[in-house]
Structure formats: structure tokens, C-alpha cells
Design a protein around this ligand. Structure first.
Ligand code: SF4
Ligand code: SF4
Length: 501
């Protein structure tokens, strides 16, 4: 077994390190000295440590490669719902400063989705969802609430199908929640919506990052609408704060706490902002701020905010504080990406891909195009079909596994990460399967810091139920399945090593 590929040593205090076993996601604790030797290679362990390691190999299934075989034997429909991202409109009433980097439609989608698309979407589901597979709608835009009538019609039609043949539907929307069309409370309550609200922190941060097109702040309006929804729908809806972090001040922890203290959100998602810097790559993207074009198309290189000096420390500091957010007096239940990683380790599960894009997740747009990724809408070369015809071309480039990838195949985090975002790869390298180094570094940092947090955590945190994460479409629907690793015999003595999960 090789360090960095088959296991990873992660020191997290002066005297202890965590060790992740890649093949089955067991997490161990080891004294610092043992961990240092293990980092140099299994053959560097002292004789008694080596014996304990061999006992672990034999009884904890290190050599089983549970994750590899689970991935190799998986079907495309395993581990995630069938999901349709409904791109309802390109219209948005906010002028977020970093919107260009979130992959808008680059100008091609110019209309709102019409009712004729609804029949195409349901035909697509009927042809492509596996029998009995749950179906999820991701209502998306622009601002999807600007086309509320189509959302209502899709929900109604889904209800008819559920009553007829029992198909289960999940309804989720990504919204800035500045619009409250008539009937929104009733609809969200009736269909138990998961409402993912774009909000970056307290008033100061939100108003600077996400102003209205008229220049006014959006914070007060969003908070008012959140309260209205929570009051009208109670626990019948799930509210998710979708934060983009793009400023050094206030720090990450304070921005999260500003929202946490409102006690409105069940879950958080925390994304690094991505900034453009001049020069380098040849991806022609025009920078815009709302309706204003800031620059003509030019070569842009992106910087991931969480990899900037000082921000990495903020991120680490936040993860030290993180377990304290689980307070019985607050409805907070977790940061989605962190908890999905924790689940793979505590329960023994493997990611079958980075996301479900081009597998069981497709975006339908107003122009009738079908794209494997919502951020690639507008680039015809990525389209895989049309509303009228369904899927018209094979797209194996979206289905390559981590084990088939020349770089990911040797990465210790491969069955947690699943191989990186293909759209981010494309932006950096022009090839969906050639790695974006910054995105990869971020995934590694995320995995490392979450594992260290888990290693420091109390048994109560590790033992929490994480069943709900299958519902919540974490990381563009990352497909995750139990890896079937053997149960541990608690009576075995593993010497210097303590098996945590
Ligand atoms: S993208 Fe990076 S972190 Fe993810 S599996 Fe590949 S090499 Fe590992
Ligand atoms: S994770 Fe997948 S679906 Fe999401 S943006 Fe990246 S490629 Fe697209």
C-alpha cells in the first residue's frame, strides 16, 4: 500500500494524526510518531506497529478495495435520483458581482421556458429514468420565480403521475428569494420544497455581493421573505443557505454565524467565489455586472477564493468551530458538502462520480436544448439532445470513472471526490476530463480538513443520522452508494491504531 494513493496520513494535533484508508474509507487515529513512519511507507513502521497494521489489513478489510469493486459493479442509475434541471428563464433581477463565473448562459438563452417544454420534460423522464427511480426537479434560472406559472404546472403534472403510478418526485429550487409570486407559500408547502437561497452572509456582505440591478441591497427583502416562508410553511419546507464566499472580511466563520443566528436555515452550502485574473488561458468570456458588460471576451484565468493566502486559514478555523453549530436550540443540521463526505467515512460509502451531470442529471432550457451540465447551457457543442427528440448523442466523456482517469486514478481522495467538476475542467483546460488544478486542490483541501474535523469530533457527532443527504442533491447530485465494507470486530487489538469509523 502506498501513501498518497492507498491511504493518507493527516496530522491534526501535535500528538495525533488521522489516517484514511482509500479502499474502504476506514478512518484511523495514530500517534504522531507512528503516523510519521507510516507516511514514509508501511515498511518504515516498527515491528509491533507493522503487526498491528497487518491485523488491520486482515480484519478491517483494507485490502478489500470495497470502493473500487463497488464502483466497477455499479449501474448508471445507482446512488442518485433521476434529476431534471429546469432552466426556466435567463432573467434575473440581481446583479451579483461574480455571476459571470457561475457560468450563466453567455447570451444564447434569450427567452423564458414556455409551456410546450413541459411535455418534453415529462417525455424525457419517462424514457430515461430507471423503473421506480425517484425523480427530482431542480428549478433554476436566471431567477426561476420569474416564471412561476411553469413551476406550478410541472408540480401539478408530477402529482398526477405520482397518483397514477406511484413515481416519487422531489422538488427543489435555487432562488435569490427576492420575488414572492402569489401562491408561493401554498405551492412550497404542498410539495415540501427544498428551497436553496443564494445568500452570502450578513447584510453588509450580501448587499455588496448581490445588489439589485437598481443598485439597492437585497438582504432585507430576502430575510423578510425567508421569515414569511418559514412562518407559512413551518417544517414543511427545507431551507438551505447557499453561500458564495468571495471576500476576506468578515471572515468565513463570521459570515456563516450571521446567517446561523437567524435560525431560519436547515442546511448550508458554502462555495468558494471564483475570481478572474488577466492572462493565461484562452477561454473567451466577457465579464458582466448585471446588464453591464465590463470587458469584451478575453483570455481569463480563474482564482479559487478558498486557495488564497489567509483564506485557507479561515476555512480551517471555520472547520474547527463547525461542530459547535449543531446546537439543539438552532435548526442547523449541517453543511451539505461536509456532511456528505463525513457520511462516506462514517457509514462506509463510495462516490460513483463527482456529480450526476450526463449520467442521471440533465438541464432542459427554453430553447429546447438538453445539456449534461447547467453551467454549460448555451454552448451547443455540449448539447446531448433536444426537447422534441430526447437524447440524440452518446456522451461517454461524462461517464468516465475516477479509476479510469490517469491522475485521479492514483489519488487518495478519489472515492470521496469522484474526479472533479467537468465544467471547471473545461474552463481551465478546454477538456472536460483534463483536470483544473485549482478545483482539484480545493477538493483535496476540503477532504483533508473535513477528515481532520471528523477525527477531532465526538462520538455523538459521528453517530448522527445522515439519511437525509440522499434527498438534498449535494454537489450536483454526487451519486453515493454503501461500499459494503466488513463490520469491525471490536475485540481485536490494533495496537497503536484506533479505528474511529
Ligand atoms: S479531482 Fe483531484 S481530488 Fe478529485 S479525485 Fe481527481 S485528483 Fe483527486
Ligand atoms: S459538478 Fe457536474 S453538473 Fe455541476 S457544474 Fe460541474 S460538471 Fe456541471
Amino acid at each position: 500500500m502506498k501513501h498518497g494513493t492507498d491511504y493518507r496520513v493527516l496530522p491534526f494535533s501535535e500528538d495525533t494524526a488521522a489516517v484514511l484508508i482509500t479502499g474502504n474509507h476506514r478512518l484511523l487515529l495514530a500517534p504522531a510518531g507512528t503516523a510519521r513512519r507510516l507516511e514514509s511507507g508501511v515498511d518504515q513502521l516498527l515491528p509491533e506497529e507493522r503487526q498491528a497494521w497487518e491485523r488491520l489489513r486482515a480484519t478491517a478489510g483494507f485490502a478489500d478495495e470495497a470502493n473500487r469493486s463497488r464502483l466497477a459493479g455499479s449501474a448508471l442509475s445507482d446512488g442518485s435520483d433521476f434529476a431534471v434541471n429546469v432552466n426556466l428563464t435567463n432573467v434575473c433581477n440581481l446583479a451579483c458581482t461574480y455571476c459571470f463565473a457561475e457560468g450563466g448562459d453567455y447570451g444564447r438563452i434569450t427567452e423564458a421556458m414556455g409551456e410546450h417544454s413541459i411535455a418534453w420534460i415529462f417525455d424525457f423522464i419517462e424514457k430515461n429514468a430507471a423503473p421506480g427511480q425517484r425523480v427530482r426537479f431542480e428549478f433554476f434560472g436566471g431567477e426561476p420565480l420569474a416564471n412561476f406559472a411553469v413551476i406550478e404546472k410541472i408540480c401539478e403534472r408530477a402529482r398526477g403521475i405520482r397518483e397514477r403510478d406511484g413515481t416519487e418526485f422531489v422538488h427543489r429550487i435555487s432562488t435569490n428569494l427576492t420575488l414572492m409570486p402569489q401562491g408561493i407559500e401554498e405551492l412550497f408547502r404542498a410539495y415540501r420544497f427544498i428551497v436553496s437561497v443564494s445568500i452570502d452572509g450578513g447584510r453588509e456582505v450580501q448587499d455588496a455581493n448581490r445588489p439589485s440591478k437598481n443598485g439597492k441591497g437585497s438582504y432585507d427583502r430576502i430575510i423578510r421573505n425567508l421569515r414569511r416562508l418559514r412562518e407559512a410553511c413551518g417544517d414543511g419546507i427545507t431551507l438551505v443557505a447557499r453561500m458564495t464566499i468571495a471576500t476576506a472580511e468578515p471572515c468565513l466563520k463570521d459570515s456563516v454565524l450571521d446567517l446561523w443566528e437567524l435560525d431560519l436555515f436547515d442546511y448550508f452550502q458554502i462555495y468558494p467565489g471564483v475570481y478572474p485574473v488577466e492572462t493565461g488561458t484562452k477561454v473567451p468570456i466577457a465579464l458582466t455586472l448585471g446588464d453591464r458588460k465590463l470587458s469584451e471576451p478575453q483570455g481569463i484565468q480563474y482564482i479559487n477564493h478558498f486557495l488564497q493566502p489567509g483564506i485557507v486559514e479561515q476555512f480551517k478555523d471555520f472547520l474547527v468551530h463547525y461542530p459547535r453549530l449543531f446546537d439543539p436550540g438552532n435548526r442547523f443540521k449541517g453543511v451539505l458538502e461536509y456532511e456528505r463526505t463525513v457520511q462516506m467515512v462514517t457509514e462506509g460509502a463510495t462516490a460513483l462520480a463527482f456529480c450526476s451531470g450526463g449520467r442521471t442529471y440533465y438541464t432542459h432550457s427554453p430553447d429546447g436544448s438538453i445539456s449534461p451540465c447547467h453551467r454549460l447551457v448555451g454552448d451547443e457543442s455540449f448539447d446531448v439532445g433536444t426537447g422534441a427528440e430526447g437524447v440524440t448523442r452518446e456522451h461517454p466523456e461524462w461517464r468516465r470513472t475516477v479509476d479510469e482517469h490517469p491522475v485521479c486514478g492514483a489519488c487518495w481522495a478519489r472515492y470521496l471526490c469522484g474526479g472533479g467538476c467537468r465544467q471547471e475542467n473545461h474552463v481551465a483546460t478546454g477538456d472536460v476530463n483534463e483536470l483544473n488544478d485549482e478545483s482539484c486542490q480545493y477538493q483535496l483541501m476540503l477532504a483533508e480538513e473535513v477528515l481532520k474535523m471528523l477525527a477531532r469530533s465526538q462520538a455523538g457527532y459521528r453517530g448522527q443520522s445522515r439519511d437525509r443527504y440522499d434527498d438534498l442533491f449535494v454537489s450536483c447530485g454526487r451519486p453515493v452508494v454503501p461500499n459494503g465494507r466488513p463490520a469491525l470486530d471490536a475485540s481485536t487489538d490494533f495496537g497503536a491504531f484506533q479505528v474511529l469509523c
